[in-house]
Write a protein that binds this ligand. Structure first.
Ligand code: NAD
Ligand code: MG
Length: 341
């Protein structure tokens, strides 16, 4: 179903609690408010986002208090914090028949949250970062959203999910129905194999290959990092066909004959192995254990990435291209490690 007829009507008299005011939380809360809905933001007192939400004009309350009066609770804190927040602030405080909403199916799908059976449980996942969800809304457009129903206690779960998606602007673009399993597994696979993991490793290995062969790092940076944006913009507008229209015949011939040697059948086999680890819960268990141990490996991996020569030369070159940073979305804040068990 691709439903662009959805309106906010089913939530017109509802109070919406948005828990978390980061990338998605701030964008959702502002868009819902501008769509005429009643929003309260739930945050830890003294936390960094409290002041920001207050200055943006919201009623701000502690999570448990925000949940108590709410007809819909949107859980938009980092995934690893959600099981604790569910236990502490949500489980004992939600009204029967209210709606619990997630922007990613991770915790429900992998059983880290087992929601009460007398509430609706839904998913509305914008296919883009929060800054884009807000920016598109402000210019009268929207970011396409996936939506799903995990539990329908009231018979109204679907209309409430699509009303929420309309409220954040998604219905102006496209709403696509899915289920928690499909959203969770495809989202994790996309970011691991292609978007984040795959793309950044492809760039780094290409950079290293050129620099180790004696070419200047500045030239290598432009070639394999900077120019990638032009290609990705063409993918976004019109797929691979559009890219092929814009590149030279020489580049096309290189693409057809060399591309499949770089990313080959073995790569696809490893993609299948990565997908399997997502499907069987291996990845979820590993990441949860890493988070609960205080992120020791995560921090080391991040440091290694930040110290790579491509980042050094990149920072130098980007400082001379200040126009690149204008209007760019802010990065997500650091995850906070769990307290020692
Ligand atoms: P984020 O890290 O940007 O924001 C987290 C917010 O939660 C911050 O306001 C922080 O202060 C608050 N917070 C952190 N710990 C808390 C706690 N213990 N109690 C109360 N508040 C706490 O998060 P995000 O990237 O917006 O992700 C939120 C959800 O949206 C996740 O489920 C994520 O998977 C999903 N999502 C994110 C994106 C994205 O592009 N970032 C896209 C689609 C879906
Ligand atoms: Mg995603």
């Amino acid at each position: 179903m691709t439903d662009t007829q959805a309106t906010t009507a089913p939530l017109q008299n509802a109070r919406i609690a948005v828990l978390g005011y980061g990338s998605q939380g701030r964008a959702h809360a502002l868009n819902l408010k501008d769509s005429g809905l009643d929003v309260v933001v739930g945050l830890r007192p003294g936390g960094p986002s409290w002041r920001r939400a207050y200055l943006d004009g919201f009623a701000v309350a502690e999570p448990a208090d925000a949940v108590r009066g709410a007809d819909l609770v949107a859980v938009l804190t980092p995934d690893m914090t959600q099981p604790g927040i569910y236990k502490d602030a949500i489980e004992g405080n939600m009204k029967p028949g209210a709606t619990l909403l997630f922007a990613h199916g991770f915790n429900v799908h992998f059983g880290q949250i087992q929601p009460r059976t007398d509430i609706d449980v839904v998913l509305v996942a914008p296919k883009g970062p929060g800054a884009l969800v807000r920016r598109e809304y402000e210019i009268g457009r929207g970011v396409p959203c996936l939506y799903a129903v995990h539990q329908d206690a009231t018979g109204k779960a679907t209309e409430r999910a699509t009303a929420y998606a309309a409220g954040i602007g998604g219905a102006r673009a496209m709403l696509i129905e899915t289920d928690f399993k499909e959203e969770t597994e495809t989202d994790l696979f996309g970011e691991q194999a292609v978007l984040c993991g795959g793309a950044s490793e492809l760039v780094i290995k290409g950079f290293e290959t050129l620099v180790e062969a004696g070419y200047r790092p500045e030239i290598a940076y432009y070639e394999v990092m900077h120019e990638l944006k032009l290609i990705v913009d063409l993918f976004y507008e019109g797929g691979i066909a559009r890219m092929l229209e814009f590149i030279s015949e020489t580049a096309q011939y290189g693409d057809y004959t060399r591309g499949p040697r770089i990313v080959d059948a073995d790569t696809k086999e490893r993609m299948k192995a990565v997908l399997k680890e997502i499907q069987d819960g291996t990845f979820a268990r590993e990441w949860t254990a890493e988070y609960n141990a205080g992120l020791p490996n995560y921090k080391a991996y991040k440091q290694r990435d930040l110290e790579h020569p491509i980042e050094k030369v990149g920072a130098k070159l980007r400082a001379r291209m200040p126009w690149l940073a204008a209007n760019q979305p802010k990065p997500a804040p650091e995850p906070e490690p769990a307290k020692a068990p």
